[in-house]
Design a protein around this ligand. Structure first.
Ligand SMILES: NC(=O)c1ccc[n+]([C@@H]2O[C@H](COP(=O)([O-])OP(=O)(O)OC[C@H]3O[C@@H](n4cnc5c(N)ncnc54)[C@H](OP(=O)(O)O)[C@@H]3O)[C@@H](O)[C@H]2O)c1
Length: 284
């Protein structure tokens, strides 16, 4: 009998590539079909349908998205098309099988932090609003799963998708960066996010989960953890406060409480410092 097939959309991105890299170890029973943009433009619904019918996957992990909030802010229509309409199409095709959708901690307004799954979202940006809309469709099907993530670090195939890569690229280009000492997230290694996703799929876990690193860190603290892993770079890093920020609204504290998902996992989700100590090569 042939093994069950799992589709991974966005396979050329950060998380999609980690799911592919880790599949042999954490999902040996699955036949993994990774879809990059060059294989299939998900915006082409006719092509998407044909490919879905041809592959007939037994599960879908949907990673493809416009995942860069400023890009969504610049072109809300395109962001809605990719982040919401494509997700709805996939959820429709995958009505009878598990579908995993990645959402974001930015669905919250960040006024409080330590959010649990039953807290009410209040998206401040286009990116976050598209994620909230897509979540609702996905969660309407009791077979489907939403994982809300915080910042993920690692090495992406294009070298510019992890926040660590974007940060390092800026400094390498000689651009100075001001980082907030009072804006909080719970960063995680893409490696751990991928492992957790495979474990949840293998258990057929459904519904809504927060999946992130164990520690709540300010952007400035995140930078201080990363910098010792790199040689001196031409750009400089300085502390700043969100009170000085001017631009589209951003949540001050979108830290997540991941106790619910932790109970299902075989491993403890570490904080960023511990994850980096264990896997320094993930940011080098
Ligand atoms: N990484 C994080 O820190 C983080 C945090 C919270 C939530 N998330 C969510 O997790 C998911 C995966 O994020 P990621 O970091 O892996 O993002 P990513 O690295 O930007 O990967 C997304 C992939 O989707 C592809 N894609 C976009 N539009 C497409 C289309 N029309 N057809 C086919 N492929 C298309 C992109 O291709 P191109 O490169 O060609 O555009 C890219 O390879 C996203 O839903 C994101 O919102 C990520």
């Amino acid at each position: 009998m042939s093994p069950p097939r799992v589709w991974i959309t966005g396979a050329g991105g950060l998380l999609g590539s980690y799911l592919i890299k880790t599949a042999r170890r954490y999902a040996p029973d699955w036949q993994v079909i990774g879809l990059q943009r060059s294989d299939l433009d998900l915006n082409d619904f006719a092509a998407l349908r044909n490919r879905y019918l041809a592959d007939s996957p037994d599960a879908v992990i949907h990673c493809a998205a416009i995942a860069h909030p400023p890009a969504c802010q610049r072109d809300p229509e395109h962001a809605h098309r990719v982040n919401v309409d494509v997700t709805c199409q996939l959820a429709e095709f995958a009505v009878a099988v598990p579908l995993f959708f990645y959402s974001t901690d930015l669905v919250f307004d960040g006024k409080r932090g330590n959010y649990i799954e039953s807290d009410a979202p209040n998206p401040l940006t286009v990116y976050a609003a598209t994620k909230v809309a897509a979540e609702q469709t996905v969660l309407a099907n009791p077979r489907h799963t939403v994982l809300r993530l915080s910042l993920n670090f690692g090495k992406s195939p294009t070298g510019n998708r992890g926040f660590n890569e974007q940060f390092r690229n800026e400094l390498t280009a000689g651009r100075d960066i001001a980082l907030f000492t009072d804006e909080y997230r719970c960063p995680a290694a893409a490696l751990h996010t991928a492992r957790a996703t495979w474990e949840l799929l293998n258990q057929r876990a459904t519904g809504l989960f927060h999946l992130c690193g164990a520690d709540r860190l300010a952007r400035w603290e995140i930078a201080k953890l990363l910098l010792p892993h790199w040689p001196p770079l031409p750009g400089r890093v300085t502390p700043d406060t969100i009170k000085n920020y001017q631009g589209p609204p951003r949540p001050a504290d979108s830290s997540l409480n991941c106790a619910k998902v932790q109970r299902l996992l075989s491993f403890r989700l570490p904080g960023m410092a511990e994850a980096l100590a264990q896997y320094p090569e993930e940011v080098r």
